[in-house]
Design a protein around this ligand. Sequence first.
Ligand code: SF4
Length: 361
Amino acid sequence: MTDMSLKVEPLPIVEPLIVRLRDAADELGVHDAVLIEVDGQRREYDFQGFSLALYADPDTRLDNDVILIAPGQTSARRLIRANSAHNTLLITEQCDQLCLMCSQPPKKGHIDLFAELETATLLAPANAYIGLSGGEPLLHKRKLFDMLLSLSIIRADLRFHILSNGQHFTDEDIETLQTIGTERILWGIPLYARDADRHDTIVAKQGAFERLIESFAILFEAGALIELRTVVMQQNEAELPAIADFVGTSLPFVERWAIMQLENIGYGRMNWDRSFKDTSTDFENVARAINIATARNVPIQLYNFPLCSVPARYRGLAPASIADWKKKHESFCSGCSQRQRCGGFFEWYDHKKGFRGLTPL
Ligand code: SF4
């Protein structure tokens, strides 16, 4: 697992600081720090004439990474890793749903870092694709949209993948979404059932399904790009073909429909025994859902499925979707010919309670 924080020597700062780490000193901006000395794990940078020291494994590449250092903290968050395609910024830990598979259970408080996140994003490499997640980012819709509007002018090369529960879009947002540029944002929005009762039970919010359908209409009218997401669980697995039918008939304009395996962390871990569906031993309903969606021309993907848990004819739909910093392989993967292509497992996956039907390919 990649370390997403770096030990730093304390700095006398009173506001959060955004710093881009540079190995060489050319065209420096006000947020750039230049490497001047490496001593084992300790790296010393010159930041506006001051010394900034941090610690990292000598093999870790940090050139052009963007970090956040908070007052009084001895570790810095790696917000943007320049050589990674999996940069995701946490907008808020607040949420208005309590989904039973939530990997990051919500917290009441909100630490507003929009200014810092915008600065960090401005320093991202050219053409970066950046994830924005929560909690529910649209609980802070005005600030989020203002940030995206500003970035759309200054960094028109950037694209975003934003995870949202789809509960907060209104007709007034259509113009804003179009001004930001609908082609710049792929909205990842979950749908867990085709009927209101089941969906609302899974997300623990009455009326959520109805509100979601309203939001889809708004997003379609705006021309927004949608990645529909359905986590497979014991609670909805039998319904997958019906969901496929619903997507194909009522939501055929989505960019893709992602069927996802459960993540063993947060509420997902708490509810694992009653929610995890072992699709490596019973793929039937996933297969039927794929066949229906395919027949209706809905592009489909399988996220978080180890490659050998998927029957051969569907393996092409299972990209290596787990972010590089939180992925692992099990010991039995060492002799597998597909290890490079396979997305493997979440770092926190527990094979004792996991897939029973895996075989190296
Ligand atoms: S055995 Fe191969 S296909 Fe299966 S999880 Fe390991 S690397 Fe992936």
